[in-house]
Design a binder for this molecule. Sequence first.
Ligand code: ZN
Length: 895
Amino acid sequence: RPIRLTDYRAPDFVIPETRLAFDLHPTQTQVKATYRIERRGAADAPLVLLGERLILKTLRLDGVEVAPEAYALTPECLTLSGVPDRFTLEIDVEINPQDNKMLEGLYMSSGRYCTQCEAEGFRKIVYFPDRPDVLSKYTVRLRAPKAGFPRLLSNGNLIDSGEEGTFHYAVWEDPFPKPAYLFALVAGELDVLEDRFVTMSGRTVDLKIFVDPGMSARAAYAMDALKRSMRWDEETYGREYDLHLFMIVAVRDFNFGAMENKGLNIFNASLLLADAQTATDLDYERIESVVAHEYFHNWSGNRVTCRDWFQLCLKEGLTVFRDQSFSGDQRGHAVQRIKDVKMLRARQFPEDAGPLAHPVRPAAYLKIDNFYTATIYEKGAEIVGMLKTVVGAETYRRALDHYFETHDGTAATLEDFLSSFEAVTGQDFSPWLKWYVQAGTPVLSLSATYDGDTQRLTLTVSQMTPPTPAQAHKAPVPIPVRLGLLSGAGAPLSFRFAGETVPEALFVLTEARAQWVLEDVTEAPVISALRGFSAPVKLTLTEPEAHRFARFRGDPDPFNRWEAAQSLAKALILDPHGAAADYAEALRATLTDPTLDAAFKALMTGLPTEMDLAQSLTPVDPAFIHTRRKAFKAELAAALKTDAEALYAALPAETTFSPDAASAGRRALRNALLDLIVAAPDSDADRSEATSDQAGAQAVRRPEGEAPLERDAAKPLSAKQKIAKAHYHDARNMTDMMAGLSALSQIHGAAYQDALEDFYARFKSEPLVLDKWFAVQAACPHPETLSRVRRLITHPDFDRKVPNRWRAVAQAFAANNPAIFHDASGEGYAFIAEEILSVDRFNPMTAARLIEAFGGFKRYAEPHRGLMQAVLERILGTEGLSKNVAELAGKALAG
Ligand code: ZN
């Protein structure tokens, strides 16, 4: 049943030309397809077209209607035998966009028609060889009533339009042959924000961003990001845009972030619309990166596409690497790298360590939609980054030029990508293929011996990748290690390597183990390895705690400085006796260092998340992690109270909003300080006021060892509640407002409840903001959240059919609230299981993504392990389960 990479066969037929005509109707859209078809395979090969949920009306071959006995029709394909070598096929089908709640193929969102075809949605529009290696030149005619559907959009250039009574039509032609997954159409009432871009060769491109009526001002930032992306791709990769028109449309109902359809990107509105009042700095940051990502796909994905879906990371890994580089150039590389690694570790490392582990190029799948994963995207990007590190920036650029030029207009493979590196260097890059075909995160072990007499440092390094499901044995992979040294006092220490005195060197470990010898090392050093996180591995290095503190205080590599702090915090939190005093001293030095920028300080202030900590503890005890983290944070906050309050006071809220990186960094620091301030234990005065509440507080179940909870009754606000409340009410932008609200949610109590009500009243008619209101409640780490999420799903504004809204509750709870999701009662698990099953009935792709929350169950302590296993078994035993959920739940259980 699964589809395997080894089964790949080139298509028997190609379709150089495709004409589509849509007569748009909410429940009975008529689609007429006309294909020019040519045989490429065996003379007796039948023509197999894929199609699902289609009503076939007529079928004509070279103008002659095909009799029903001359073709075979199943729910998934249409097969014609004995067809000629060259012919024209006309197919009429009917589809129902209104009823399409899978949000794949042609569907309706807020009364508009839109499409999503990647990966296999085109077959829900019309019969076609829906595979990425069949490239065709499309001409598309759209027809709809003028009233309600003034805009008719598709890929390419508008070549004709006109009226037919109360109807109108538009004809679009895309001159670039493309696979069906890049097809798109949009029809409806939309406002537009327009601009222009002059390319490096002097061509003018019209830029149009279409949004809900009245919202065009909120597309200004996306437009700005688009123009910067277009310029950047010219300057950094020499890639120029190729049509005279580039359009983006924002829709509310969308299964994921955005889609790179040729010349007509379609975006989840949450990744496009922004202004100070409704979007946070994180939203701005993501908009900038996703606009860039989808634009960059025009070359890495569209001009050069994928031969088959196993090569998905050919376009996704490369494009993520490109968008990360862009964001780094726009916002600062140190901070960008830390954020990218946080994300990799939060999402990809657990995937690689659990039953859903799969290679960046998987070998088999049931549903390709299940493989739009952190592994394919983020680990895929890391591999491209490592290649760039080992060959250097200039050679990398030449390799990429070679790749784009050689494969332009074709569907390529990962081997093609690597062979461009071979072509420009003359070296063998086949060892790099192992990174693509082998799952699991390699463990890199490093030990050092220093000989003071010879001033020689010998590093012994080895690598080992633990087994993953269906892959017991692992071969070594090439691991680039950027490495520098510090003196015991924390100053940079240069050394001699390969005949040169250097402040840092790049080593590449290609075998299972190796020794590297560094000369002229004047004292026993502190080792700073894997700078910039030069490879996506887990580093183990046995060293005194003092060495980590030395890097925390002054590693010239900002990534390793942050890394040292994180690894110290992790060790101290997971040690039941870990104390925060020394850590607080080092953090104080960081926070008061005038040479460091605010965004970096904000990152340094953040402690590892409970999810991060769970990866370093076996078996995982979520309540222990929650309690210990909270206690450590409280101790840290108490030690830094005076400093944090002073620094906070010295950073007043800004009255005018600018989304630029420096301003966002200042807000991030101020909000990180707020988070620390509210983590401090209440003063003695606060505590005595709270004692009368203890009886009430005990009634609420809570993790062992936590301080009593404030009851929601009216009582004087503590000092920190006052600060958080003022932060919320004085906020002039959504970033500060959400920071205030989330600080209040940490403290809980009446001020939190009041703020929630205030927030709802202000934003009840702003869907994207209301999503935040739902999410903050679902992520609140208070035991009361277990009953609150049950109430939230009965709220009149809750709607499972809108993925953004559903994820705001279900995903925020399952992924961002580990203490409560993993409540020992199992109620959190039961809630998420019910949600997955409800959504699976109409939107399998989105439902399946949440299975991941149960993926690591075998690593958990009882009762969690048994409870999660039972939930997975219950899901898997449900009748009518989708392939999507069945594949992931099955793997999660089996792994
Ligand atoms: Zn992408």
